[in-house]
Design a binder for this molecule. Structure first.
Ligand SMILES: Cc1ncc(COP(=O)(O)O)c(C=O)c1O
Length: 321
């Protein structure tokens, strides 16, 4: 019997996911839409929770608009996972050639395998938006395992002024795409990913237990993501603030030096109020930082600042009414 088992790996295609680096994730999406004929054949189907800001525009939607391709939206469940019935119904229309799913805040979409099956059934390219999920995709989660193309916003996860990456699990989609920032590969490889993932998970867990202990929890605010699945690495910790005081909390806490964000505080106008619950979420969501620079013993003062803001703003609201 003769075998051809080599001493070292020689096949260039085994487990290869060609990488393209850009200044931002949106550049990667634009490159896909503009330079891969298959991606432009039909429309792009996106989730119904997509933000816009005057400074940043819309990282998800700008490339779709710029490519002048048809688009549509599907609804999400309260935990921001995809509503599979809606996705299926939309794909059945035959109008879409690209399905985008977003792993919001680094939380892996729980039913990715079924979405993959739907994409195959309707001959659609599956794009996993991992703008918030680089570290989740490097863990044991399913994020990043099923998409044809994976998009990453590196500047949102690493201390880089700019950076985006597209990985092609389906190399057949590569036509005229050109990465413009290959130098960023050095930056990304110069960090200890596991250590960063552990720090983010630890900060998230500590912050969650502090927030759950507050008497206001469940009355004045609700955790969007009360449990961290084993493979998920959070980008931030999102909560729903019940009163109409989110923006005041945001301003007060940032003035005190606590880097809160609101992802997303305003939805793109193209959504046109189609998803009232998601619209409402955008007015109430606020995200705590849990990134690798947060020192765990700073978390109690972060929570104190939140609680004080919550009280001050609630009292002011009562006083104003
Ligand atoms: C879910 C999501 N996808 C993609 C992007 C685009 O990221 P970038 O700023 O790197 O283009 C953003 C941010 O704008 C985002 O929040």
């Amino acid at each position: 019997m003769t075998a051809s088992l080599e001493k070292t790996a020689r096949r260039r295609d085994t487990s290869r996911t060609p990488a393209f680096f850009y200044p931002s994730a949106r550049e990667g999406m634009r490159d896909l839409l503009v330079n891969s004929a298959a991606a432009l054949e039909r429309g792009v189907l996106l989730p119904g929770f997509i933000g816009w800001s005057a400074i940043e525009g819309s990282g998800v939607f700008d490339p779709v608009r710029e490519a002048e391709v048809q688009y549509g939206f599907y609804g999400l469940n309260p935990d921001l996972s995809a509503d599979l019935d809606e996705v299926e119904a939309q794909l059945k229309s035959g109008g879409y050639g690209v399905l985008v799913i977003i792993h919001y805040y680094g939380r892996s979409e729980p039913r990715l395998q079924e979405l993959r099956r739907m994409a195959d059934e309707h001959d659609v390219i599956l794009v996993e938006d991992l703008a918030h999920g680089f570290f989740t995709s490097q863990s044991e989660s399913s994020a990043g395992r099923f998409g044809d193309v994976l998009l990453f916003s590196l500047h949102k996860q690493f201390p880089l002024a700019e950076g985006g990456m597209a990985l092609y699990r389906n190399a057949g989609l590569i036509e005229k795409q050109v990465g413009t920032r290959p130098d960023l590969a050095v930056e990304v490889l110069s960090y200890d990913w596991r250590e960063i993932a552990n720090a983010r998970r630890r900060n998230f867990s500590v912050l969650t237990s502090h927030l759950l202990e507050l008497p206001e929890c469940g009355n004045e605010f609700t955790l969007l993501w009360p449990e961290l699945s084993e493979g998920d690495v959070p980008q931030t910790l999102p909560i729903w603030v019940h009163g109409e005081i989110r923006d005041s909390i945001y301003r007060r806490m940032n003035a005190e030096g606590f880097g809160m964000v609101s992802l997303y505080h305003t939805l793109i106008q193209e959504l046109g109020g189609a998803f009232p619950r998601l619209e409402k979420l955008s007015r109430h969501i606020i995200n705590f930082p849990v990134h690798q620079d947060v020192v765990t013993n700073e978390i109690p003062s972060l929570v104190d600042s939140f609680r004080a803001s919550l009280h001050q703003m609630t009292e002011k609201q009562i006083g104003d009414s």
